[in-house]
Design a protein around this ligand. Sequence first.
Ligand code: PTJ
Length: 227
Amino acid sequence: MSDLVKEGIVAPTGLIAHGRGEAFDYLLGEKTVPAAHLAEKVIAAYLQEAKRPVITINGNAAGLAAKDLISLSELTHAKLEVNLFHRSEERVEKVCRFLEKAGAKEVLGRKPDAKLEGIASERALCDKEGIFSADVVLIPLEDGDRAEAMVKAGKKVLAIDLNPLSRTSEAATVTAVDEITRATPNIIKAAKELRNKPEERRKLIDSFDNRSNLKEVKRDICKLLED
Ligand code: PTJ
């Protein structure tokens, strides 16, 4: 990660965010807990049921899981959009190129032509054909303001976030409380398994409750601490 900071892919504060994530991962025993496993299946189901799915990519997500996120986008026909918290045109270009080098065929985000309501600053910028008109958005490692704005805009928001207490985790429709490099391959596997099973996908979506899933993760953390 520190090399990617030097290259300008990961923001300097991305390292701090990474450390926050690691701290929570220790509390999870550095493994995918059962509740996260279920959330990952539900995320796969939502992506496949979506009409206009989009996967948003920031510096940390690109640095940690570019290839898997590209594979997931191909498998689920989701668009990839670079959307940075610490935005500069130069960094957007660098992250887009980084994804293209890793094999992405089309990356949105270079020329944002729409704005998400409810966020001041350049962080509101997005692509009309991407995040703006998406019905389902996968947001790995997203900040709370944008996650809440996407929910308010009526989108189904799918988060990957190691912190079960974050505003993103609480606002999302589905949160996989898991490390991105474990979560993404799990979502890919589930998407392959669910490919020709629309009924099973809808069952997973209809029976999922994010609040109780997050509670289960917190119980797992307490149990690990007590043991
Ligand atoms: O590249 P940019 O400019 O878009 O900036 C990206 C960061 C991540 C710096 C920015 O979005 C940010 O500051 O995010 P936050 O508010 O720290 O939220 C990131 C969330 O991701 C936190 O709740 C972390 O616990 C969590 N997280 C960190 N590393 C991982 C993670 N979740 C899953 N896997 C990780 N490896």
